[in-house]
Design a protein around this ligand. Structure first.
Ligand code: BTN
Length: 254
């Protein structure tokens, strides 16, 4: 395989895998920083919060990247998901699509989710597996068969033409590499600038968040310098959350 992963890592392509994230978690010891794995068909893709992720052959991009930087402080795990979201957004822009970012790491086009990110770590390993799922050529029919928590779309539905999945994969790896380099040079300030330029949420908008400690809601204040979500609760005091699942009030979906 030619080197076409991240930072001269390898890109391995399988016809079918249960989960590209699981494959990399299982093979982390044999892989190096920047190695990437793509499955043409992913049969048991994992989403956040134990959800399933749909990735039928030729219609979705299922890609995972192994991250094991020499100096972990230069690529903190807490920022990897947001960096990946920015990379995806920038890749979409190259293809003429206007993506927006929603904390912690969702990417939306026209108010519908187009991509998902799941970073996973084996407690025994210093490696982080970054899983990226892009709805490339999925159709309304694909989505109709699945119970979806949020409205979803694909690059093809938005652009009205199909895309070549390997090209999208290569463009995504390049955009991710550029985002990691920018973070290395400028730190969180770079991500925060990108986030506020392309935020899917409006400051002051009321949102609901499922956090590990239970549900929360409040007025959206943005992302802080540690990558946490900031909400103003009913008492006006800011509350900060490291992780959670944002949902909009139904009427806020366009
Ligand atoms: C989400 O729920 O938004 C995250 C979805 C992440 C899906 C990707 S597809 C490639 C990688 N392999 C997996 O099993 N999951 C991630």
């Amino acid at each position: 395989m030619p080197n076409a992963g991240l930072f001269d890592g390898r890109l391995l392509v399988f016809d079918e895998l249960p989960s590209t994230n699981q494959w990399l978690l299982d093979h982390a010891a044999e892989c190096r920083h920047g190695d990437a794995v793509r499955a043409v068909a992913q049969t048991a893709g994992r989403g956040r919060f134990g959800r399933q992720w749909l990735a039928p052959p030729d219609r979705a991009l299922a890609l995972s990247v192994l991250l094991r930087p020499e100096d972990p402080a230069r690529l903190p795990a807490a920022w990897v998901g947001a960096l990946a979201a920015v990379g995806i957004r920038n890749m979409l822009e190259r293809h003429g699509l206007a993506g927006r970012l929603q904390w912690p790491n969702d990417v939306f086009v026209a108010g519908r989710k187009i991509a998902g990110i799941l970073a996973e770590q084996d407690s025994a390993s210093p490696s982080l597996v970054l899983g990226l799922g892009i709805n490339v050529n999925l159709t309304d029919r694909d989505f109709a068969h699945r119970p979806l928590r949020q409205p979803a779309t694909s690059m093809a539905l938005e652009a009205h033409h199909d895309f070549d999945v390997p090209t999208v994969a290569a463009d995504l790896l390049a955009a991710l590499e550029a985002a990691i380099r920018a973070f290395d040079a400028e730190g969180p300030a770079w991500v925060l600038r990108q986030w506020s330029a392309y935020d899917a949420l409006a400051k002051g908008q009321t949102i609901d968040v499922q956090t590990p400690d239970g549900p929360a809601s409040g007025a959206y204040r943005g992302m802080d310098e540690d990558g946490r979500l900031v909400l103003a609760a009913a008492d006006g005091e800011p509350r900060r959350y490291w992780s959670g699942d944002v949902s909009l009030r139904q009427a806020q979906y366009p």
